[in-house]
Design a protein around this ligand. Structure first.
Ligand SMILES: *Cc1c(COP(=O)(O)O)cnc(C)c1O
Length: 368
């Protein structure tokens, strides 16, 4: 089965096989794996040894995003969140429910955040302490310019929390050049191509020490993870950590982040071109189309039914999400995971056949 949900993703059998051992999380053999993983993650983030540290957290991406907000934003303080789409909405809710105050910056649903507007919003309200930015908006496929937005945050003397959940390991990131970043957050099951259950933040050690004790949650306090010297505080998903370590071996063997981005870009281009060839309408103009996920507008045909389409695809060994995150109906196709352009061509052919099977004759969208 080709899994084109953009996280969890198609994984290699060797990565899944790493689950097949009982592991005692407090055992010294496991400790070596754990510390190695943290080192490798800091390296991929462009973090500096002794300055930055990788902080693992049980659970999915939302847990780590909440932990970053709680750890670094003082209760009652403001965090500016550009409204990129589905995942900015998550950040807004996490901030609000944690008692921090989200300030929403409107962004068009199919365009990148304008760094100039971030600078203007920060200048207009000096009481905003943080910017919470989604790097790759998985709801739409738009990539937001984390470097330019970070520079605006730095110039304004504020701090940034970067949701890089669907970016980390593929899109460029160099924490050594972005001291304004308090935390970059990601999970095991997207561009690293491992299994779900583990999230990470990579943060500056000086900032963690300066922000002790304000999280208002023991389990979601990143500073408390550091205080435990890189040892797990609570039972870690040890098998998932082992599988993640194995996935990092494949990441290195591929040539690292730049090579992974090149493969994903080839995947997305192959798929985007294939959709246009089939007469379907991508959600994004080519200029704004990122390499992580391609969203396609629902065909303007009364026979369109997303669940039927998903089922017809599944019968052809291709699995996509049975929901969409755009303001108008669409379907989402992930271009990440242990897959290549040939797999994307196979998906295009399966979609052509599935559309015929469910009786779609008009494939273009109502309003392109
Ligand atoms: C997947 C994702 C998340 C986290 O989702 P979880 O289901 O909590 O792992 C957050 N932000 C973005 C941009 C994502 O793609």
């Amino acid at each position: 089965m080709l899994m084109l949900t953009p996280g969890p993703v198609t994984t290699r059998p060797e990565v899944r096989a790493a689950l097949g051992h009982d592991i005692a999380p407090w055992d010294n053999d496991f400790k070596a794996i754990y510390l190695r993983v943290l080192d490798r993650v800091r390296g991929i983030a462009g973090g500096i040894e002794g300055v930055h540290t990788a902080l693992p957290l049980q659970g999915s991406g939302h847990f780590a995003i909440e932990a970053a907000i709680r750890t670094f934003v003082v209760p009652g303080d403001k965090i500016l969140i550009p409204a990129t789409g589905r995942y900015s909405e998550s950040m807004i809710r996490l901030a609000r429910e944690a008692g921090r105050v989200p300030v929403i910056l409107p962004v068009a649903p199919n365009e990148p955040t304008d760094p100039g507007l971030v600078a203007t919003a920060l200048a207009a309200d000096p009481s905003i302490t943080h910017v919470g930015q989604v790097y790759s908006e998985t709801g739409s496929g738009v990539i937001h310019d984390a470097v330019a937005i970070g520079a605006a945050v730095r110039r304004a003397g504020r701090r940034m929390i970067l949701d890089a959940v669907s970016a980390f390991g593929a899109l460029p990131l160099d924490l050594s050049q972005q001291p304004e970043i308090d935390a970059v957050v990601f999970t095991s099951n997207k561009c690293i191509e491992a299994l779900p259950g583990l999230a990470f933040a990579v943060s500056r050690i000086d900032r963690l020490n300066a922000c002790k004790g304000q999280a208002g949650s023991w389990s979601l306090d990143l500073a408390d993870i550091l205080a435990n010297n890189g040892r797990p505080r609570f039972t870690p998903p040890a098998q998932i950590v082992a599988a993640f370590d194995k996935a990092l071996d494949f990441f290195d063997a591929e040539g690292g982040r730049a090579q992974r981005l090149a493969r994903y870009t080839a995947n997305a281009t192959t798929f985007y071109d294939g959709m246009v060839r089939l007469g379907l309408t991508p959600w994004l103009q080519r200029a704004h189309q990122g390499p992580i996920i391609v969203v396609i507008r629902a065909p303007n045909d009364p026979a369109w039914n997303l669940q039927q389409f998903v089922d017809a695809l599944k019968a052809r060994d291709v699995l996509i999400s049975n929901f969409f995150n755009t303001p108008t109906p669409s379907f989402r196709v992930g271009c990440i995971g242990a897959i290549g352009p040939d797999d994307m061509s196979r998906a295009v052919a399966a979609m052509d056949a599935a559309l015929k099977e469910i009786g779609i004759t008009r494939r273009e969208a109502a309003c392109p």
